[in-house]
Ligand binder design. Structure first.
Ligand code: ATP
Ligand code: MG
Length: 376
C-alpha cells in the first residue's frame, strides 16, 4: 500500500494543500503547533473514517469554514485507487460523504480499503496506563483478523452488564439469588472462549514483537510478555495453553465462591474484563520499572506487530504513521527503527528537528509552517 498524493481542503489549519509522496520515507518537520500531526490525522481519517485524537469530527473542519475534504490517491496491489472524505454543512446540518474511486461508499465498504497503522505519543499508555488500555490493544488486534472474536466481546459486555444489574437487583430489591445461575454459566462460557483467543494471539504477538524489540534495542534489553489472569483474593495466574473447558470450570468455581462479594459490590469481580497483558523488560515489570525510552520501544514493538498482521490479512504492508516518536529514542534506536521499516513499509514521520531522522537514501522532507507545506 502506498500513498501517492494527499489533498486537503479546509482541514484543521490547512486551506488548500497538496503533497506528492515520492519516497518510502516522508518527513514532515517544523516547530510546535504548525500542522504536522494534522497531516497524519487526515491520512488516519481517510483510512478509518475517524480521527485518532477526537471523537468529534467537526473539530477537523477549519475554524469558520462550513466543510472540509481529504482526498487520498494510493496504490494497492499495483492498482491506483482514491478515497475522498468530505464533511460539509448544509442549512445547519452536517453531512459526511465517502467516495471510493469516485463512487459513493458506505462506512463498511470504506473500512480497511486503505490500511494504515498510527503510532502517536498517546500509545505510550499501552505500557504506562491502566490494564484496560492493554485489553483494548489486544481486543482491537484480535478483532482485526477474527470477526468471531468481536462478536464474543459484544456478547460478553452485554452479559456483564446484565449480570451486574441483576447483582444490584438482588442486593437492593430482594430479587431471588437463583436467577444468577444461567448468567454465571454463560458468562464463564463466553469468557473462556475470549481468553483462549487472547492466549493464541499472545503467541503470535510475541513471535512478531519480541524480534522487533530486539532490533530496536540492539539486544541490550530483553522483552517478555505474559497474560495475567486474576482469581479470588488477589491471586494471579499466568495461563499459557489451557483448554476452554478448564478455564470455564475455573470461572464457574471462582464466580460461585465470590457470589456474596459480587452481590455486595453489585459488580462481577472476576473474568476477562479484569485481566492484563504484562510486559517485562530485563525481567522487571515495564509499567513500574522501565525508563521512558524503554517503554516507548516496547509500545512501538507492540504497535509495529500490527503491520505484520495487516500484511497477513491483506497481503500488503499498511502505511505507517509515526507521530513525534523520534525525539524520545536515542540515536541508535532511531537508526534501528528506520532500517527496520526502510524499503518495506511506506512511512510518514513528523518531527521537530529533521536531523533526528536517519537518512538511508529514501527520505523526502517537507517543512511545515502555519498550515503550509514546502518541499526542502
Ligand atoms: P507539535 O510539534 O506541537 O506536535 P504540530 O505541528 O503537530 O505540533 P498540529 O497538532 O498538527 O501541530 O496542529 C496544531 C495547529 O492546528 C494549532 O495551531 C491549532 O490551532 C490548529 N488547529 C487545530 N484545529 C484547527 C481547526 N479546526 N481549524 C484551524 N486550525 C486548527
Ligand atoms: Mg504534533
Amino acid at each position: 500500500m502506498r500513498i501517492n498524493r494527499l489533498q486537503l481542503v479546509n482541514f484543521r489549519n490547512y486551506d488548500h494543500c497538496t503533497v506528492s509522496f515520492d519516497k518510502m520515507v516522508t518527513v514532515f518537520y517544523g516547530k510546535n503547533g504548525q500542522g504536522k500531526t494534522n497531516i497524519l490525522e487526515s491520512i488516519f481519517y481517510s483510512a478509518f473514517g475517524l480521527s485518532h485524537r477526537t471523537n468529534k469530527e467537526d473539530e477537523m473542519v477549519k475554524f469558520l469554514s462550513d466543510g472540509m475534504a481529504v482526498h487520498l490517491d494510493f496504490s494497492k496491489e499495483d492498482e491506483i485507487h482514491s478515497i475522498r472524505m468530505k464533511r460539509y454543512n448544509d442549512q445547519g446540518r452536517w453531512h459526511k460523504e465517502i467516495k471510493i474511486d469516485g463512487k459513493k461508499a458506505t462506512a463498511k465498504d470504506h473500512y480497511s480499503f486503505f490500511n494504515a497503522v498510527m503510532f502517536s505519543p498517546e500509545d505510550l499508555q499501552i505500557i504506562k496506563g491502566d490494564p484496560g488500555l492493554r485489553r483494548r490493544f489486544m481486543d482491537m488486534e484480535i478483532s482485526q483478523t477474527d470477526p468471531l472474536y468481536y462478536e464474543l466481546l459484544v456478547r460478553y459486555r452485554r452479559l456483564l452488564k446484565q449480570r451486574n444489574s441483576l447483582l444490584k437487583g438482588i442486593r437492593d430489591k430482594n430479587q431471588p439469588q437463583e436467577q444468577l445461575a444461567p448468567w454465571d454459566e454463560e458468562i464463564s462460557d463466553v469468557g473462556s472462549q475470549i481468553l483462549i483467543k487472547r492466549l493464541d494471539n499472545l503467541i503470535k504477538l510475541k513471535e512478531i514483537s519480541i524480534p522487533v524489540f530486539n532490533i530496536l534495542s540492539d539486544r541490550t534489553d530483553t522483552l517478555e510478555m505474559k497474560y495475567e489472569m486474576k482469581g479470588n483474593d488477589g491471586a494471579v495466574f499466568y495461563p499459557e495453553k489451557e483448554s476452554a473447558a478448564d478455564i470455564k470450570e475455573f470461572y464457574i468455581k471462582s464466580i460461585r465462591e465470590r457470589i456474596f462479594k459480587d452481590i455486595m459490590q453489585g459488580n462481577t469481580g472476576i473474568g476477562v474484563h479484569r485481566d492484563d497483558l504484562k510486559t517485562y523488560i530485563n525481567n522487571a515489570d515495564s509499567r513500574a520499572f522501565a525508563s521512558q525510552g524503554q517503554q516507548r520501544c516496547c509500545a512501538l514493538a507492540l504497535k509495529l506487530s500490527q503491520i505484520e498482521y495487516v500484511k497477513k490479512i491483506s497481503g500488503e504492508y499498511p502505511v505507517l504513521l509515526l507521530d513525534d516518536v523520534m525525539s524520545e529514542l536515542d540515536h541508535h534506536r532511531r537508526n534501528q527503527l528506520v532500517s527496520f521499516i526502510n524499503d518495506k513499509v511506506q512511512t510518514i514521520i513528523t518531527v521537530n528537528d529533521k536531523t533526528l531522522i536517519p537518512d538511508l537514501g529514501s527520505n523526502q522532507y517537507f517543512k511545515v509552517e502555519k498550515g503550509s507545506i514546502k518541499k526542502s
